[in-house]
Design a protein around this ligand. Sequence first.
Ligand SMILES: C[S@@+](CC[C@H](N)C(=O)[O-])C[C@H]1O[C@@H](n2cnc3c(N)ncnc32)[C@H](O)[C@@H]1O
Length: 247
Amino acid sequence: MFSPEGPTLRELAVQALSSVERGYDLLAPKFDHTPFRTPDTILDAVASALGGLGPFDDGLDLCCGTGAGLEVLEQVCRGSVTGLDISAGMLEVAQKRAESAERTGGPRVTLVRGDARALPFAPTPAFDLVVSFGAFGHFLPGELAGLFAQVRNVLRPGGRFAFPVVAPARPGSRAYWALLGFDAVMRVRNAVWKPPFVMYYRAFRLADVRRELTRAGFDVETRALPEFGRRPDGSPRCRLVVATCTS
Ligand SMILES: C[S@@+](CC[C@H](N)C(=O)[O-])C[C@H]1O[C@@H](n2cnc3c(N)ncnc32)[C@H](O)[C@@H]1O
């Protein structure tokens, strides 16, 4: 599952018994060698889809980690690029990456430590595009309304919130049982161990996401990402959710 540069099983176990923030601080130096970093295939497909909707001025990567989504913003934003994350360790790695990209002519990137549930940018809307990759499993379904309201508040009128969503695993498939098993282990872990480490793969459902985005004041559309093809029933394997601020 991991390359030789990735974390050992022991390191992963220690991280999983920490809080989300501390766990990512510990994982940060090796994070880019794990499958948890959003793969380039997804980043490229999203950049290509957003290219058709842009250009945008100011972009924010919510829960930016080591900076995977910042690479997307650098391609589609002509103003500023900002990354926000709760983990100082992840931001440190993102900062090094941004500095080396700047040296080769990339835009200036600002990194901000903060909680996505209480964004430190209000009261003035500051962005035209907010993206997020691979982080929604860290939020409980009951937190989505608040999270989306935060994003809504930092977007200018007509601004967009965009993120990829992979189709849920087919019931009975190996991936289905693997994700079900992972979530079950995390539920047991969180029932018996503090601090909690919230990370559930199956809690983020497109129907709930649509409903909560609409309630938060977004017009919601989804676009198939053609690079990933379709399932036997014709539905896309991966979609881009594009939520537009209605005012
Ligand atoms: C799986 S990583 C994804 C990182 C990056 N977006 C990527 O695709 O490679 C999840 C990230 O979400 C961050 N995160 C989790 N909860 C957060 C919160 N409440 N506010 C801000 N960042 C958070 C973690 O610190 C971590 O960097």
